[in-house]
Design a protein around this ligand. Structure first.
Ligand code: ZN
Length: 166
């Protein structure tokens, strides 16, 4: 019984880390998609059959996956180190998305959880924006409509393959 309920509890847990009072909706939305690994990274676009270069636009040396783009890339790592210098000076780069989520939930006097959530959402949002302008493609997804509880996601590609059910 507990094992059956557990995954749902974990989903609720991270959902609370994304949608909270004070969150900036457009930043929370990108964070939400990133959490689900539903942002249209180049590796995901390629997996849908799109014939594109999958190399990361920042470092030109690794495939662009969510974890590479936001956590592992030298560009992002440098940003995170500046970010941590203010919020959590002893912190080093995140090694996994799960580690990022647990850092967000943690609260200290100098870096309360709400500040961590807001700052992290802003980081993720801005890395994604930078990535979009660096690749020359605008991929700020918009929720277009709800169908049976699912949101129809419209990437700003003008391509049919980017209309996704999420
Ligand atoms: Zn990179």
């Amino acid at each position: 019984m507990w094992e059956a309920l557990r995954p749902r509890a974990q989903v609720k847990d991270w959902a609370r880390s994304v949608w909270f009072s004070g969150a900036i909706p457009r930043q929370a939305f990108i964070m939400w998609l990133a959490n689900l690994n539903r942002l249209p990274t180049k590796m995901r676009l390629a997996s849908w059959g799109l014939n594109i270069q999958t190399v990361c636009c920042f470092c030109n040396s690794h495939d662009e996956t969510r974890d590479h783009l936001f956590l592992e890339c030298s560009y992002s790592t440098a940003l995170w180190l500046r970010f941590f210098a203010r919020l959590d000076p002893n912190r080093t780069a995140f090694l996994s998305w799960e580690e990022l989520l647990s850092w967000i939930r943690f609260s200290t006097a100098s870096a309360p959880s709400t500040i961590r959530k807001l700052a992290t959402q802003s980081m993720i949002y801005n890395i994604w924006r930078q990535r979009n302008s660096a690749t020359g493609i605008s991929v700020m997804p918009l929720v277009r409509e709800d169908i049976g509880g699912n949101s129809l996601l419209l990437c700003n590609f003008g391509l049919d393959c980017c209309n996704l059910l999420i």
